[in-house]
Design a protein around this ligand. Structure first.
Ligand code: NAD
Ligand code: UD1
Length: 340
């Protein structure tokens, strides 16, 4: 009988890279996505890269009946749950859309999993659940406090998963708190394809490099950091994807509800990222200093010890590799998957 891992949101940026690593690790997969922020072409390219076909089901995670039927049809007992909306600014403008898609979508998934007797789930959380840092690096026991509706949805889903595990210990859960994913598969065939103007640093710099944007706006150079610009923990998306394979191996062997940071454990400033990306491109990229972006904090980065100890996982790709891979993807696909 068919026995696959269901990847919700598997056509998206992190999902598509995770599909590659799951296939490389020998798992069978099925992707479930409504393509609200992605393109089915990403799945086609994953199949080419891995020389392996898999079912791609168009559907919304809020459609519990369809999701239940999909889990049963493919005998999926394990789900990697990426499906969600992720734009922080938009979540403040339209919170209902975010609570509905992310929270109601995750509740629907849990109902479908219960109906289909699927009890293993890996969930995409975010370092945003830590809120303003009380101490750095963030360890998993840092207090949780979301500061915008997007972050609230992640915290609510985490709480729902913890309660689900307490009531139904047969549920095996890994909550993965991502730091700042960037980079792309080294083939240059899959990568991040933001719609509209990118909010995040690396996709914005990449569009400056192609000439789609004139200069990087550096949001503040008066932070209490060594060069005055914000510091974050940038993690290569392939390292992140491999973290999911490690998390699945872990929950298949261990009961419980695991919370773990997936970060590199090192911080880099905006100026350091700009310099590394310029090196990858081979020329200095234009930038200008602007006022701080509301809601930003000076610095945050992960304590990655728990992932190393429990999952035997650590990020291995450097900032230079992240930039080189991101640039290969961006220069080969300046408009993402559009028109392919
Ligand atoms: P993405 O937008 O590229 O991927 C999300 C995928 O989910 C897309 O393919 C989208 O079409 C799909 N989707 C959205 N709503 C859906 C729904 N209701 N039903 C079915 N499919 C739906 O984003 P990503 O960067 O790959 O992020 C994946 C997950 O990781 C998200 O949950 C995001 O919140 C989380 N995360 C991302 C980051 C980041 O910086 N990229 C950081 C922390 C956490
Ligand atoms: C953002 C999200 C956060 C999410 C994270 C990972 C906000 C407020 N937070 O955080 O919820 O989990 O992405 O995807 O949006 N920068 C510039 N110019 C730019 C873009 C960014 O100087 O054009 C700076 C920022 O001020 C920051 C750093 O680059 O210091 C990283 O920014 P970004 O990529 O947006 O990530 P986060 O702020 O960490």
């Amino acid at each position: 009988m068919d026995n696959r891992i269901l990847v919700t949101g598997g056509a998206g940026y992190i999902g598509s890279h995770t599909c590659v690593e799951l296939l490389n690790a020998g798992y069978d997969i099925a992707v479930y996505d409504n393509f609200i922020n992605s393109d089915p072409e990403a799945c086609a390219r994953v199949m080419q890269l891995c020389d392996k076909a898999f079912p791609v089901i168009e559907g919304d995670v809020r459609d519990t009946a369809h999701l239940t039927a999909t889990l049963k049809a493919h005998n999926c007992k394990t789900v990697v749950h990426f499906a969600g909306l992720k734009a922080v600014g938009e979540s403040s403008e339209d919170p209902v859309k975010y609570y509905d898609n992310n929270v109601a979508g995750s509740l629907s998934l849990l109902k479908a999993m219960q109906a289909a007797e699927a009890t293993n789930i890996v969930f995409s959380s975010s370092a945003t659940v830590y809120g303003e840092p009380e101490f750095l690096p963030y360890t998993e026991d840092h207090p949780l406090r979301a500061t915008n509706p997007y972050g609230q949805t992640k915290l609510m889903i985490e709480n729902i998963l913890r309660d689900t595990h307490s009531a139904n210990p047969q549920f095996r859960i890994a909550i993965l708190r991502y730091f700042n994913p960037c980079g792309a598969h080294q083939s240059g065939r899959i990568g991040e394809a933001p719609k509209g103007v990118p909010n995040n640093l690396m996709p914005y710099i990449a569009q400056v490099a192609t000439g789609q944007r004139d200069a990087l706006n550096i949001w503040g150079n008066d932070y209490p950091t060594p060069d005055g610009t914000g510091i974050r923990d940038y993690i290569h998306v392939v390292d992140l994807a491999k973290g999911h394979v490690s998390a699945i191996a872990y929950i298949l062997e261990h009961e419980g509800c695991l919370e773990v940071n997936l970060g590199s454990g090192r911080g880099a400033s905006v100026l350091e990222v700009l310099k590394a990306f310029s090196k990858a491109v081979g020329r200095d990229l234009p930038s200008r200093i602007k006022a701080r972006r509301p809601g930003d904090v000076a610095a945050y980065y992960a304590n990655a010890d728990k992932a190393r100890a429990l999952l035997n996982w650590q990020a291995s790709r450097s900032l230079d590799e992240i930039c080189a891979d991101h640039w290969r993807w961006q220069s080969n696909n300046p408009n993402g998957y559009e028109g392919t």
